[in-house]
Design a protein around this ligand. Sequence first.
Ligand code: UDX
Length: 447
Amino acid sequence: MQDKKPRISFFGLGYVGIVTAACFASKGFKVLAYDIDESKVNLLNEGKTIIYEPCLDDLVRYSVKNGFLKASVDPNEVVLNSEITFITVGTPSKQDGSIDLRFVKDAANLIGKALKSKNSWHLVVVKSTVLPGTTNNVVKVTIEEISGRKGEYDFGLCSNPEFLREGSAVQDMLYPDRLIIGGSKKSTDYLLNFYKMFYEKLPETIITSAENAELIKYANNAFLAMKVSFINMIARICQKLPSSDVEIVAKGIGLDKRIGPLFLKAGVGWGGSCWPKDLNALKRFAEEIKVDVPLINATIKVNEEQPLIAIEYAKEMLGNLKDRKISILGLSFKPNTDDIREAVSIKIINKLLDEGALVVVYDPKAMEGIRRIFGNKLVYAKDAIDCIKNSECAILVTEWEEFKKLKPEDFLNNMKYPALIDGRRVYNPEIYSSKLNFRAVGLGYRN
Ligand code: UDX
């Protein structure tokens, strides 16, 4: 059992890689990170990062300045100067929704090449989200083929999924609910020992097979997405009942300890870099192994339809949307991030443009990403008030703090016609419905 701090390397400086590497380095572990993208590597070595994540800047600056964190474009350098290598590359979707393992295979190839010239035992940890069987059947097999070394004897393998939420990834990494480690005894012991050095108090830990660890990640994401789609489905029922409100229904069921209050916030749908791709990958995987997964299919279906609620409400209030000025408040897939991957805002904007509406948008962090997609098809406002100015309908799509502070008077005084759609349930329905033409997801029609 190792008692000296192991040196760590990373393959992939994406979201998970950079957050995890910075957290390890900030606690005095020597971390070397490989990425194919030279600009990311150079930026990191200057103590900077391209992603926006609370607390990350400080950790990166501190770790680079004190020599704990260094990035490199040389895969051999990072493997040969470490005892543990974490694979943190992306696992995007292919056109048909199935998982694209290209980057995982590239990483395994490069690690295999490097391990050819390493004489001591090395641990490879798969942190990227991969389907059950990938660590053993793809990563291990590839490294064995390329290196000529034998898995478990010359190098070890673990699956160690992450559960980082964007916007609180550093916090989630430093104070996780649990650790999931899958693999053989020697490998899991080695990784567990590292985590005992990293965490002052080891979180609840499950040591299991690599396949279980891999599946836990998918089941976790699918369950949470199902919970949100479930409450969104209930929201549709509430909308048809005159004095019903999904917020109260969610509170009522959330107080049952068996259900719990979290992830029961109804809205115009979920997005992001994980749930959409992971649910589709799980669906395709289940098809391949001939298992029927109706709950996964329904979870995806509810979510595909959910953004349309905003369009239906807009039509109810304005009639034809052609040439009507509509404001979108919030573009990122959730607050406190600039990430617009699979953001609901994109679906709503596309639908409004199809209907011929004039769309004005504002987001505190995600304007650039949306501008890259829509260019001059949209009007880009400089703040929330500028966004709703002279507009005929405002749709709250992402619940940033600054939007929560908008008063009914802000809408009344600035809009041409004060119609507000609350897509995230941030406004008090009693107050707003009494002053504005107001609709909200999951709110029974009141006027
Ligand atoms: C998710 C998982 O939570 C995380 O464990 C995993 O590692 C990566 O995927 P993230 O994508 O950052 O994290 O977002 P999360 O906070 O889980 O929200 C996902 C989506 O669901 C967002 O679009 C959010 O707005 C929506 N959501 C969430 C709801 O609509 N209602 C809720 O009650 C919770």
